[in-house]
Design a protein around this ligand. Sequence first.
Ligand code: HEC
Ligand code: HEC
Length: 200
Amino acid sequence: MFNKKLLLPLIISAALPLASAFADDAALVKDKCGTCHGADGNSEDAKVPSIAGFSAATLEDIMEQYKSGDRKGDKYTPEGGEETDMGAIAKDISKEDGSKIIAFLAEQKFKAIKQDFDETLIKSGKKLHKKKCEKCHSENGANAEDDAAIMAGQWRDYLQKEFDKIAAKERDIPKKMKKKFKKLSEDDRKALIEFYISQQ
Ligand code: HEC
Ligand code: HEC
């Protein structure tokens, strides 16, 4: 028979190192990423994407792209902070901290952002999405497991900027996406963005 009185302190002491590792990782993310992306990766700034709940593989891949310069980060000055960009940030993070940060963020819940959207465009946006994008951005762009970022419920300003960069060939994307993307008109792109942000 187990002695419950003995067992409980054992369970608690076994769980303690885990709990404090979690608190350390939360503090690390808050310190290194939180000023811009929010303490748990849910951003309150329309220019900064929410990254909570992205898959670890996506986060690793994106950080690698910023680090190598394959993806150029925008210059950005957080409130009360100094101007920097994702390239400098990715280069500055140690491998060990990077792994902890990514594991923590992947565990958080992505919270769809409440913002106004143009209802008249949702239907055509959804149709375009289903035809051209759903294959890789499944669940209407909400499935983190696709390793293709989360677009459903993301900030409009951020999405608009990335759509513009991709259209202007300033951001590299997978070849198969390129083929679909280059046929979109400006109106198509607008409808897609409104559809993504309408999912709240
Ligand atoms: C000084 C502000 C700032 C800090 C600090 C910051 N970021 Fe960013 N991050 C941005 C901005 C602005 C963008 C969007 C535009 C761009 O590409 O530069 C971005 C984009 C990203 C993206 C791309 C998301 C997508 O949908 O493609 C990821 C991932 C990311 N950041 C992760 C991180 C992580 C992890 C940290 C902490 C180690 C961090 N960022 C710290 C400002 C910041
Ligand atoms: C063959 C698969 C594929 C198809 C089809 C595809 N995408 Fe993508 N998309 C990806 C992958 C993979 C990424 C992540 C790439 C990266 O970060 O470098 C991505 C990233 C993006 C991003 C950047 C998101 C962010 O937060 O950084 C946007 C915007 C986007 N896709 C829009 C679309 C739209 C709109 C369509 C349909 C017209 C589409 N994609 C079709 C695979 C695809």
